[in-house]
Design a protein around this ligand. Structure first.
Ligand code: SF4
Length: 300
């Protein structure tokens, strides 16, 4: 069994040199509400189950139904993290980070969210330990973030995501927020730019919109909107220009190793810690006061 976390790299929306980290949609999202849907096992195979207040279906849960490897990787990560202390999670994430010495970005939670305060705090600590990496993502787990306002390192960049059970808090604390819209016209009416490549999360300071994505609950307003978006060629990222990459350079302008982000690890010597990507493992480091051993990786 792979004892390290699995990171993805690039997707149809993001540049290949942005790594991604995910957990199971709807299961690791305590703040989910209007977006909530889950991939559930039924006698007929894996199916989508919408939450009671689902208005726009979570695209990540659809992916889990369609792609077993995606579903398994997310559960692998969740099962490794659940029940661990903050220090154990920090050690595990540190050991699993791909290319820790290089300047790259990690998109947190293409699927899933911060599922507990210790887990949120673990990413805060990992960001502090890796100032060369930008970690960014959306969250509906606002109480965990609010509890640490004022102590978030500048390389951990978050946007509050509307449609959760804690929406009120983002207005109380004036947090930068993202809203799912059903059309480009709706975004324009609201005076919001639509984000296509996550740059509004890792770079922007203003509120922004995200265009509805994926098959939606039958008969819902979201279904009509999704059909209309597909008709005008806005349904999906496949034909869209990929997010800003760095053209073979890291975000500080330094050339990246050959094949960086293309599936081949850098030459030996460049890695100082193990990485879980493509199932490879190396020497585990000692971080945050915790010596990483097999035992600390698996123990609750
Ligand atoms: S919080 Fe994100 S991953 Fe979780 S159900 Fe909502 S949209 Fe999906």
């Amino acid at each position: 069994m792979n004892l390290l976390l699995k990171f993805g790299n690039g997707n149809s929306k993001l540049a290949p040199n942005i790594f991604t980290f995910s957990l199971p949609a709807g299961y690791a999202c305590p703040g989910a509400n209007n977006c909530k849907s889950q991939c559930v096992k039924t006698s007929e195979g894996y199916r989508i189950k919408d939450g009671p207040n689902c208005q726009f279906r979570c695209f990540a849960s659809i992916d889990e139904v369609l792609k077993p490897a995606v579903r398994e990787a997310r559960w692998h990560n969740f099962n490794l993290l659940k029940g661990k202390t903050k220090a154990q999670m920090v050690a595990l994430i540190q050991a699993s980070l791909p290319y820790p010495n290089w300047k790259f970005m990690v998109r947190l939670h293409v699927s899933g969210d911060f599922f507990s305060q210790p887990y949120f705090d673990a990413w805060v600590e990992v960001a502090r330990l890796n100032p060369q990496i930008i970690f960014y993502g959306y969250t509906k787990s606002l109480p965990f973030w609010i509890a640490r306002l004022g102590s978030i390192p500048k390389n951990l960049r978050l946007s509050a995501s509307l449609g959760g059970v804690h929406d009120r808090l983002m207005f109380v604390h004036n947090m930068k927020r993202a809203l799912v819209v059903y059309s480009e016209a709706e975004a324009e009416d609201l005076g919001l730019e639509i984000d296509h490549d996550d740059s509004h999360v890792y770079d922007g300071t203003e509120n922004f919109a995200l265009l509805l994505h994926g098959t939606q609950p039958e008969g819902s307003e979201a279904t009509k909107a999704w059909t209309a978006l597909k008709k005008i060629g806005k349904g999906g990222y496949r034909n869209q220009k990929k997010g800003r990459g760095w053209g073979g350079k890291d975000y500080a302008g330094q050339p990246l190793p050959k094949n960086y982000g293309g599936g081949t690890p850098p030459p030996s010597g460049m890695l100082t810690v193990a990485h879980g990507w493509k199932g490879k493992r190396g020497t585990a480091p000692s971080t945050a006061g915790v010596t990483l051993t097999k035992k600390t990786l698996v123990s609750a």
